[in-house]
Design a protein around this ligand. Sequence first.
Ligand SMILES: N[C@@H](CCC(=O)N[C@@H](CS)C(=O)NCC(=O)O)C(=O)O
Length: 216
Amino acid sequence: MKLFSFWRSLATYRVRIALNLKGLKPDEIVDVNLVKGQQREDAFRHVNPMMALPALVDGEGPALFESLAIIEYLDETHPDRPLLPKDARGRARVRGLAQLVACDSHPLIVPRVREYLEHELKIDEAARNAWCRHWHRAALTALEAHLQDKATGRYSHGDSVTLADICLASQAAGAQFFKVDLAPFPTFRRIVETCMANDAFARAHPLQQPGAPASA
Ligand SMILES: N[C@@H](CCC(=O)N[C@@H](CS)C(=O)NCC(=O)O)C(=O)O
């Protein structure tokens, strides 16, 4: 197994958590430096034409792409300790919470968007940071409301880890990077703290990866 990764990538963080939860360790980690723009170099563009991390090569065939698709693939190929509930309604809720993070929030703050705001629209750093914090808070507000549902337990959905918790953890790391105050989101915080007590989450954190700075 070969994982294309960068320490700061929140989407790769999600896949690292899933790999750890499943007890899987890639044979090779390929560093694609997003600060240097290596995601746009030919070598990586051939791996993932979207020029975004993560990508995962497992056996023969082209790389898998998109963190949620990769995590569901890992869950299907390693079904012990499933990351999705057994019931259709539960799966819809967990996928909904996950997509709220991975599809409706995170894509608005990725490097290609921030770089477009900076270079094409000439938006200054303070306004770019305000943009990122705004979209973080929008997702956190929606998550906090959803988490008041009685389906929430020790984790986002019941008492075992699901795909939703993986995405909550990545949202929390993003909030840390962009200095978003989590005080107004107590249920979100409680669940993320529970997740971070689990070594599979803690080891996968961006700041624990090679090349990461000592603090955000
Ligand atoms: N929806 C994708 C997001 C992929 C993505 O945007 N990844 C970021 C890092 S977290 C990236 O590589 N961005 C490169 C860029 O924006 O240029 C997923 O969940 O895998």
